[in-house]
Write a protein that binds this ligand. Sequence first.
Ligand code: AMP
Length: 454
Amino acid sequence: MKKQKVVKKPKVKEVKVEKTVAEPVKKVMATPQALRGMKDILPAEQPFWLFVADKARALAKAYSFEKIETPVLEEAGLFIRSVGKETDIVEKEMYVFEDLDGAKIALRPEATASIVRAYLNHGMWNLPQPVRLWYQGPMFRHERPQSGRYRQFFQLGFEILGDTNPVADALLILMASNLYKELGINTSIQLNSIGCPTCREVYKTELVNHYKAHRSKVCESCKKRMQRNPLRLLDCKEEQCQTVKKDIPQILDFLCDPCRKHFMSVLEYLEELGIPYFLNNTLVRGLDYYNRTVFEIYSVGDDGAAQSALGGGGRYDYLAETLGGRATPACGFALGLERTASKVKEINPALAEKKKIDIFIAQLGDLARRKAMVLFENFRKAGVKVAEDFCRTGLRAQLEIADKLGARYTLIVGQKELQDGTVIIRDMESGVQEIIDFNKAVADLQKKLFLNAS
Ligand code: AMP
């Protein structure tokens, strides 16, 4: 027989540590804080976020959307060209810096531009069209922080690329509506069409004429918007501008035939599907790349009044061309995870309650802990809902945890059981204990749990 090589445990040299007198702390260092507008999403919040993400993932699967992840950092030019130089996002809110190579980099303020870039970079037009993609990730905007508004926030979104058909717009609105229904959130959908570059130009002229006639009554920002970005006049929330805004020409009256037909068709789909919507003639979305259908979803309070925007989207048929690619009609929708998860928490706080477990494994002493760890792995691999707290030593403390977790049984491995090759089972309801064979523990407990369940 071959002699087995005995591997000796290396001797650990004892190092004598000189006792030193602790020096008095000279200066108390301030602990760094998270940046303004950035927040930690702590474990207590995670169940609500996961609930939203799981529902969204299931919907993405049901409607055949494939996941895509794009980098958080992009060339700043990508957003300047797509979102628009004169939008709030690019002009005031984008995090831009020069990297070590001197390139002008931006932290993405939104994901649609990146996804269109990826679509073009990877020749996705060669795939069967349309290409349906979804994403989830952090976005960055240097906005004034307030409740529900952060400088790093998460969006989850769906994009349909390579399809001009109004059914794509309706499908996205249907998905958004379904998602919020499944999350238990009451919403209202607001909808508008901002036409195509041709008919929008006619509307813009009319709009500016209307504002020119009332120039003295509007705020300074609106005076600038009249020249630089007239559609943004409709976004103005200033009190003094509201009377002028109330009487604006209706954009829907200016749509060209193809744009009107497209919009009517979206509305017909929504009516057929029984999705209620409100037409909002001042809804334009603050990004330059949108055309035709634009929409936003608001949460609705018990009084039926619309609260904050949870998400929004629309068509962006010209974005691919703006980025130097081939014409690719497309549309998309993004929701804010912070606002959605916080709504879920408000409605369904019970989601944070810990799920009950079947088995808790307790141990007494170092050697027992090793065996208990093996036992835990066996249960876990067998698919049993099992928990432990191996960092604790006292039995009482471990039983308290088992109780808190709602364990049906606690298995106790002590010194004696270790020698006997057994384990104690404690019924957590009756407190009755029995001893079983260590090696049969998984099978015995599975049987017990099955009998309890039936
Ligand atoms: P937008 O495309 O800008 O309308 O953003 C879509 C959604 O993302 C919004 O409806 C919000 O729910 C969310 N969102 C946008 N900006 C922020 C922000 N600064 N903080 C938190 N959520 C935001």
